[in-house]
Design a protein. Structure first.
Length: 388
């Protein structure tokens, strides 16, 4: 470890009496006779210091970050500093041709300062909406990273239909996939119900259970429609026509599932690219409330310790499922350094993919979050050629 400093008046990152021209991100440290007040301990290896990590966020996230209302994001930044790197939190508008402007956390004081840095070694994308990722400023920033050979971890959100198409391209994953396709009309849904009798209909770009409902054919041929807010009986599927015709819905065949004490559960798997392959960082379990539609905690689900169901899970099969899925996702969406998977467990302990998520939320399990930060910092260091 060495100590470097930031000259806020000139925007220069400096080292005291440098014995060699250390590389810092896409730039180099400036030699100085002494260090300024703002100093940072950093890792050093083979003429490089850092890594310098860009954390790309939405414009609306910055004010909340500066007043301490983005605790998880701040935890990620602190972990980068603890691992000997420096993180600059920026927006797409802050990415210039050769520099990045944004905010850096000063470890000694815990305060955020405005700062500029060279283009970073690696960028962690936490922009929170699809609309912003489609915006010209984001696309320009992404192009600048590409031109500089800078990895943009998790370039975009996933759409459920795109995930299904990506995974379906690998025959080894077919046993884990539930039939899935776009639905645009009541007739489309009717055809699905004639074949499967119970289907989930989801917003293709939905998250957290929003835009989700389950349709089940009843003995009198009416259809029970369940959603997180309640349930009702439909005498005609035409009642769904206005919603479906608004666009962006998919149908997914329902799977028979294993239960724990009479309640459905599924797995939340966190995965990272590590040492040349996708590996599982942690497995959480979410338990649905009785008669509930989803296992999401904010829709009434609860957290179940993994140890309660661990003996039911073929971990070798789960690990292969995650490894192959990560490869297919990266082929489709660009490099995916981190993702999470919602995995269903069948009555004979078969594994089914429900969804894959490009920007996982924080996990409630502290041990999984701890390993997540370790894996992220390993990933950041590897792109800066600073991994041990």
């Amino acid at each position: 470890m060495i100590t470097i400093g930031y000259q806020s008046d000139t925007g220069a990152w400096v080292g005291e009496r440098l014995s060699e021209p250390y590389r810092f991100g896409s730039g180099r440290l400036v030699p100085a006779a002494s260090l300024p007040d703002l100093t940072f301990p950093v890792r050093e290896r083979a003429g490089r210091v850092g890594p310098l990590v860009g954390v790309l966020v939405s414009e609306s996230s910055i004010p909340a970050l500066l007043v301490g209302k983005k605790r998880w994001l701040e935890t990620v930044v602190r972990s980068v500093h603890d691992a000997g790197g420096i993180a600059i939190v920026t927006t797409a508008a802050g990415v210039k041709e050769n520099t990045v402007s944004g905010f850096v956390l000063v470890p000694a004081s815990g305060r955020w300062i405005k700062a500029s840095t060279p283009l970073p070694d690696v960028v962690y994308n936490r922009v929170k909406s699809r609309a912003e990722e489609s915006d010209k400023r984001f696309q320009t920033a992404a192009a600048r990273f590409d031109a500089g050979g800078i990895a943009l971890i998790n370039r975009s959100f996933f759409r459920k239909s795109d995930v299904y198409d990506a995974l379906r391209a690998d025959g080894r994953l077919w046993p884990h996939l539930l039939p899935t396709a776009p639905v645009r009309t009541a007739d489309d849904v009717r055809a699905w119900l004639n074949r499967y009798s119970c289907v989930y209909v989801k917003k293709d770009d939905g998250a957290k259970g929003n835009g989700l409902f389950r349709l089940t054919v009843l003995p009198d041929r009416s259809v029970l429609c369940e959603h997180p807010g309640g349930r009702k009986r439909l005498r005609s599927l035409e009642a769904l026509a206005p919603l479906l015709e608004s666009g962006g819905y998919i149908a997914q065949a329902a799977a028979r599932t294993d239960t724990w004490n009479g309640q459905r559960y599924d797995l939340r798997v966190l995965a990272h690219w590590r040492r040349g392959r996708y590996t599982m960082t942690g497995v959480g379990v979410r338990l649905a409330a009785r008669r509930a539609l989803t296992t999401h905690v904010f829709h009434g689900g609860t957290i179940l310790p993994y140890a309660e169901v661990e003996k039911r899970i073929d971990e070798a099969s789960l690990a292969q499922l995650i490894a192959l899925s990560g490869e297919r996702l990266s082929e489709r969406f660009g490099f995916v350094g981190e993702f999470s998977a919602d995995i269903g467990v069948g009555p004979n302990y078969e594994l089914y993919v429900y969804e894959m998520n490009a920007k996982p939320m924080s996990f409630d399990e502290p041990d999984i979050e701890k390993r997540r930060l370790e894996r992220l910092n390993e990933l950041f260091a590897s792109f800066a050629q600073l991994a041990p």
